[in-house]
Design a protein around this ligand. Sequence first.
Ligand code: NAP
Ligand code: GDD
Length: 331
Amino acid sequence: MALVTGITGQDGSFLAELLLDKGYRVFGVVSSDDDAGSWRIAHLEGRIELLTADLADLDSLVEAVGECRPSEVYNLAAQSFVPASWIDPLHTGNVTGLGVARMLEAVRRIDPMIRFYQASSSEMFGKVSEVPQNESTPFYPRSPYGVAKVYGHYLTVNYRESYGMFAVSGILFNHESHRRGLEFVTRKISHGVARIKHGLEDKLVLGNLDARRDWGYAPDYVEAMWLMLQGDKPRDYVIATGETHSVREFTERAFEHAGLDWKDHVEIDKALIRPAEVDLLVGDSSKARAELGWQPTVNFRELVELMVDADIDAVAEELGNRPSTQTPAST
Ligand code: NAP
Ligand code: GDD
């Protein structure tokens, strides 16, 4: 039995599918009844059980963990959009940082034998001190979001060391899919390309094209989360493809795949440039590959193409007024 916070997010929806396939009874935490991401789990209705709780409210989390008494908890809920963390650093600190403390406390109080996964992030490496980044690379976060994730990361380590809990952190590099939120750059691009292809828009407005990321495919990454909780010993792992590409390269390939030239459509808005940027991320996941047997199955080109294809199909469906379960009704 497993409890997944953030089940309506990109990763939560894929993790729920994976756990169901493995025969788990799956509970998911939703923060309200009209959760914005419910379109991502609509197809799982009747197969997963939802509990209402908020990462900002300890009592609600204790109640949720106590109600289902899972053997595994995956803490995926967060305010996860980096720019929003400058707009409201207090909210991000409360949910993305202190929310981890509340989840760990809820687990410890109900049953410290529950295995706990924390969704840590390559954003913690920030201004990187070495290339590629591995489990020993020092953290230097560059956003209130990154700072909150560092807090959650070290608190998870601390609960493991203080209470002997099986609490692990997955330091996951960027992972994407057709279920990615529209505010993140890969999905903004694939969705923008699809709308341009269908003649609904002509321009796509972006920020820093020089930033480099190690982009993988989300379903591969939720498998790593599960593998981490099946180990003999609780250990933290970097999960990454080991390849890095710029936002410009992603943009170029996405337009090219749709038979378009990005230079005809992309505009830069300096307002989208961040107050402090993470310029380069590329992960060394050799520990996870050796100890967990994990490896990515989708490369950069395949990722770009599958996202563009999915959005072109989804926009076509919307134009034909056929309901789609893969994108929110508003897009
Ligand atoms: P996502 O799509 O933004 O999903 C976040 C989830 O958190 C949503 O279900 C959201 O639901 C929920 N949530 C937000 N505030 C909450 C609150 N106060 N109480 C309860 N639930 C709340 O994120 P994702 O891409 O799936 O990522 C999953 C986790 O991995 C996040 O912690 C993220 O920071 C981390 N991570 C992601 C990546 C990546 O590349 N995707 C990489 C490294 C780490 P509502 O907003 O509807 O409440
Ligand atoms: N969102 C966005 N929108 N980003 C843009 C844009 C734009 O129009 N133009 C350029 N970028 C650049 C950003 O400046 C950043 O360098 C890069 O594209 C990636 O931005 P996002 O897709 O928003 O992701 P992120 O890397 O900031 O954060 C994601 O990955 C982290 C793991 O490294 C999120 O999923 C985080 O929650 C996650 O922890």
